[in-house]
Design a protein around this ligand. Structure first.
Ligand code: HSE
Length: 439
């Protein structure tokens, strides 16, 4: 890169969907502001799209577009490659090719980094070319730079967060507007919050990918996604939301990253009951929040819009500027690189919390006793029981029965629930929520 601040840097975009158009618009709107603050000028010179007929912005000249991503990476005018296509295959090829060409990468692709980060960070190291990924976690909240730079002097004890805007939006609409799950998901898709494949939002994996990245940043080793426990919101029903409310809790899809005394790291994502009195309970709609506990800083909370065109573009643009400054002042920012080969991830079986468990049972005598006996045999204490509860479906032949359970190892609970599920009076797999005290 030239040291002449008047000279523009070439940006190549792979992907021009919701976030890509947001990046274009933000760079257009705030070009002077960005230059005044950073001495950086950028120009989007090449854009790869899947279908030339679906290009969405007026005023972007046609000759910038190509359907071949290699035209973007190999264009000598492209200094920085921005990957916004999502997925883990072609996106991997784009990022790897850019790194090999010594072109810094900006990506919002959490699935790619959580699942194939190890290979990409190795390339980043080998070719001395950074990967910037602020947009990959919590949309517009600058949590990546915060953990990496501002918390550099802290040992991070925990990070607990609500980091999927789509799930949080759906839960809020189910709670406050009484919407059905499908209807609420449709709204989230229309608003541009959901992933291209919304399965990842609702099955917990989008949030889990982000939690993996936070854990990797905080503890310096690439966390293997196969070792992480993930459940989404697909099985949450209005009954659970109502119950949570009555008991003084709110249902949230919660990610927990925590270091234990033996250095083992707990990483999990699951619908959870959190106390109404905790600040995270008021994080609603598309908003995300991450509570970070550092040994020096103590508790900090980062809150903002976790999805959507402009908030995500804000993070991408910040990374583009950082990448540009890195090119100008060579070596000033190496991006994130893991600094430990291995770390130890706690088996979910060994994690412990209290639980709320909903059983779908036949409405017949003895059901409560049968379930309670199995729990008692396992030594799992019951702190509350509610039955029967009317299910949401008006003509259902089953009833919901709800147990609140004392703290126990999750492994023990799982084993015991398998036995409960095998009872002839129990109709489906019990639904488990953790009760998190977040103290
Ligand atoms: N689909 C994601 C969400 C977008 O809903 O949070 C931001 O990663």
């Amino acid at each position: 890169m030239s040291n002449d601040p008047k000279k523009s840097l070439g940006i190549g975009l792979a992907g021009f969907g919701t976030v890509g158009t947001g990046v274009w618009e933000t760079l257009e709107r705030n070009a002077d502001l960005i230059f005044n603050r950073s001495d950086v000028k950028v120009d989007i010179v090449r854009i790869a799209v899947r279908d030339l007929n679906k290009v969405r912005i007026e005023g972007v000249s046609e000759d910038k577009f190509t359907t071949n991503w290699q035209d973007v990476v190999n264009d000598p005018k492209v200094n920085i490659v921005v990957e916004l296509i999502g997925g883990t295959d072609t996106a991997f090829d784009i990022v790897a090719a850019a790194l090999r060409a010594g072109k810094p990468v900006v990506t919002g692709n959490k699935a790619l980094l959580a699942e194939r980060g190890q290979e990409l960070f190795e390339l980043s190291n080998q070719f001395n070319t950074p990967i910037h990924f602020e947009a990959a976690v919590a949309g517009g909240i600058p949590i990546i730079k915060t953990v990496q730079d501002s918390f550099v002097g802290n040992s991070i004890q925990s990070m607990v967060g609500i980091i999927n805007g789509t799930s949080n939006y759906i839960l809020e609409r189910m709670t406050d507007a009484g919407l059905g799950y499908e209807e609420a998901l449709g709204e989230a898709q229309q608003l541009g919050y959901a992933e291209a494949d919304p399965t990842l939002d609702v099955n917990g994996w989008d949030a889990a990918h982000k939690a993996i990245l936070l854990a990797t940043l905080a503890y310096g080793f690439t966390v293997d996604h196969k070792q992480v426990y993930v459940r989404g919101i697909e099985r949450v029903r209005a009954t659970d939301i109502d119950f949570a409310k009555r008991l003084g809790f709110v249902v949230k899809l919660l990610c927990v990253v925590r270091e234990h005394a033996n250095g083992v790291i707990e990483v999990r994502t699951q619908p959870s009951f959190i106390p109404q009195s905790h600040i995270l309970s008021s994080v609603n709609g598309v908003f995300n929040a991450v509570a970070v506990r550092g040994d020096a800083a103590g508790d900090s909370l980062f809150y903002g819009r976790g999805a959507g065109k402009d908030p995500t573009a804000s993070s991408v643009v910040a990374d583009i500027v950082e990448a540009a400054l890195g090119l100008r002042h060579e070596g000033s920012h190496r991006g994130f690189l893991p600094y430990q080969q291995e770390g130890s991830v706690m088996s979910v079986e060994d994690t412990e919390t209290p639980y709320y468990v909903r059983f779908d049972v036949n409405d017949e005598p003895g059901v409560v006793a049968e379930i309670a006996n199995l729990l008692a045999d396992a030594g799992i204490g019951i702190s509350g029981m509610h039955s029967p509860v009317h299910p949401d479906e008006p003509d259902a032949e089953f009833v919901d029965m709800v147990f609140q359970l004392h703290t126990c190892r999750f492994g023990l609970l799982k084993e015991t629930l398998k036995k409960v599920e095998a009872l002839s009076c129990v109709n489906s797999r019990p639904v488990v929520f953790r009760i998190e005290d977040l103290g």
